[in-house]
Design a protein around this ligand. Structure first.
Ligand SMILES: [Zn+2]
Length: 165
């Protein structure tokens, strides 16, 4: 059994539940979960050559926690997006909950995000392009929304193997 089997897949109704905020006294538990999530991203990349981040509900931890792997582990607790740009972008999105499927979605080209880090400090960051669409995808997970629900039309689906680079 691979660690990747722990990721809930498209069709599992738990992916559509709304996740709960993390409280300060849950930080050490959240940290341990984030370490597992980080390992999953590394494994997923080895297998599929893609995958930048994962949200906690994807491994059935129904809390508002996102882990990104980018030359190390980055943890975002109770993230909230704001100041979303009017300007939109279209892209073929993917998800660790449906590894072989790509979905064309429309996302805000930039936004800002408020979150807490592992020291419970409140942070604000500006997100553009790749990071903007990535965190819109991940925050959607916390609301129980999958990229398939953001498909721009009825032809917005493609197997990863059909992608021409
Ligand atoms: Zn996803």
């Amino acid at each position: 059994m691979s660690r990747l089997d722990n990721i809930l897949k498209l069709g599992n109704s738990r992916l559509h539940q709304i996740s709960e905020p993390i409280r300060e006294n849950e930080l050490s538990e959240a940290h341990m979960v984030a370490i597992e999530m980080n390992k999953l991203i590394i494994d997923f990349r080895r297998e599929y050559g893609a995958g930048r981040a994962i949200s906690a509900p994807q491994i059935a931890y129904k809390k508002r926690l996102i882990c990104m792997h980018n030359e190390g582990m980055h943890v975002f607790i109770n993230p909230e997006l704001y100041d979303e740009s009017d300007e939109m972008m279209e892209l073929w999105d993917d998800c660790m909950s449906f590894p072989e499927l790509l979905v064309k979605v429309r996302r805000h080209k930039s936004c800002k995000m408020k979150y807490r880090d592992l020291n419970w400090e409140e942070k604000h960051i500006e997100l553009k392009d790749d990071l903007s669409e990535l965190f819109q995808h991940e925050v959607d997970h916390l609301e129980g929304i999958l990229a398939t629900q953001r498909a721009i039309d009825d032809k917005a689906f493609m197997w990863r193997s059909e992608r021409k680079v």
